[in-house]
Design a binder for this molecule. Structure first.
Ligand code: DSN
Length: 423
């Protein structure tokens, strides 16, 4: 079984098997609050761990550069059709290996090197691939940024419009990795139209919420929509792209041969399975609970005196201002790690600390919701977190919280991971 460190792997490579075993234990016993992570189902894990990894399939279904592609063709067609159905898209390409490569394909299909792009500043919730200087997006394109309002923490669409009129970009990128409010894709399209720019929507974080009807969809507004598959969407670690018929052929050509050779057919199978799962009615319940849990956590933090950027959340994540109690995000992240709670530090709007330290901690509910946590469980988690953050040097208190974390997680099996297989 792929979810276990099976005996074959243990025999063939005991070192790798042992590390996987420790990671499996960490995932089961800890509380996973990294907003971009989730637990893929056993079916997704199984698909990704199959013989499909042996197959080369350069090209697209029916148009391959290798023989023996009849069965992987079936799988890729299923993945494409399911992605289109799930998001109501005219065209989908399911080959990008990640969200970053999906964005690379979007840029290179409609832009030329040196063109101007306008995206949300990384330090205010954006993403590396939205123009950061150390990333391809900032190296090949002339990147400009909009931010969030320093007081409200919200995207100020008038400011985006003003910036767009000043910069006159060829493309505007909307979407974020640390923004907890609804993104108004219609407004972004109006701004893009105002300046004659393409609109790219990166829904890597919120794809599962869009699929589940908890967040408006950019499909129909954005010229190109990119996403990962492993965050709220709960599939394998990968990416995909959606667009209209008009831009479909350009995207396909940019992905292959423009960007990569052979697609990862085992991962495409995992994507097909995940899209099918997301098409089930129960996925809507899951998406709804993700948001309810995040809202419950935001309220509980604020009740305990921790400011939440923008005063709450509409989606799967919240940004907690831990600088307010005089500690950095990095210190908070490490402290929480020590009690078995995984989060990640983040800068907050107007941060005076560097990105290495940050004054915020980003918290997301997709993974705990997958394992069945409800609002009360999430408030319990906030209690663990705030107690730990307020007792950074109290080893006894931290040990007690660590034990409570294990007790809580022992009551929630992780779909896809067999607890009995723990070493
Ligand atoms: N690294 C992802 C995140 O954590 O948001 C985005 O690529």
């Amino acid at each position: 079984m792929v979810t276990m460190t099976g005996s074959l792997l243990s025999q063939a490579d005991p070192e790798v098997a042992a590390s996987i075993g420790r990671e499996r234990r960490r995932q089961i016993e800890g509380i996973e609050l990294i907003a971009s992570e989730n637990y893929a189902s056993a079916a997704v894990l199984e698909a990704v761990g199959t013989v499909l990894t042996n197959k080369y399939a350069e090209g697209l279904p029916g148009k391959r550069y290798y023989g023996g592609c009849e069965f992987v063709d079936e799988i890729e067609v299923l993945a494409i059709e399911r992605a289109k159905q799930l998001f109501g898209a005219e065209h989908a390409n399911v080959q990008p290996h990640s969200g970053a490569s999906a964005n690379l394909a979007a840029y290179f299909s409609l832009l030329n090197p040196g063109d101007k792009i306008l995206g949300l500043n990384l330090s205010e919730g954006g993403h590396l691939t939205h123009g950061k200087d150390v990333n391809f997006s900032g190296r090949f394109f002339d990147a400009h940024f909009y931010g969030v309002d320093p007081v409200t923490g919200l995207i100020d669409y008038d400011q985006v419009l003003a910036k767009a009129r000043e910069v006159r970009p060829q493309a505007i990128i909307c979407g974020a990795s640390a923004y907890s409010r609804i993104i108004d894709f219609k407004r972004f399209r109006e701004i893009a139209d105002d300046v004659g720019a393409f609109l790219f929507a990166d829904i890597a974080h919120i794809a599962g919420l869009v699929a589940g009807g908890e967040h408006p969809s950019p499909v129909g507004y954005a010229h190109i929509t990119t996403s990962t598959t492993h965050k709220t969407l709960r599939g394998p670690r990968s990416g995909f792209i959606m667009t209209s018929e008009e831009f479909g052929a350009g995207i396909d050509k940019t992905v292959f041969p423009g960007m990569h050779g052979g697609p990862l057919m085992h991962v495409i199978a995992g994507k097909a399975v995940a899209f099918r799962e997301a098409l089930q009615p129960s996925f809507k319940d899951y998406a709804r609970q993700i948001v309810l849990n995040a809202k419950a956590m935001a309220s509980a933090f604020m009740e305990r005196g921790f400011p939440i950027i923008s005063g709450g959340t509409d989606n799967h994540l919240l940004l907690v201002d831990v600088g307010s109690i005089g500690i950095s995000g990095r210190k908070a992240e490490r402290l929480l790690d020590s009690v078995g709670i995984s989060t990640n530090r983040n800068t907050i709007p107007g941060d005076t600390r560097s990105a290495l330290l940050g004054s915020g901690v980003r918290i997301g509910t997709p993974a705990v919701t997958t394992r069945g946590f409800d609002e009360a469980d999430c408030v319990q988690v906030v209690d663990f977190i705030t107690r730990a953050l307020r007792a950074p040097d109290d080893d006894v208190a931290l040990a007690r919280i660590g034990a409570e974390v294990k007790e809580l997680t022992s009551r929630f099996p992780v779909p896809g991971i067999d607890r009995d297989a723990l070493d």
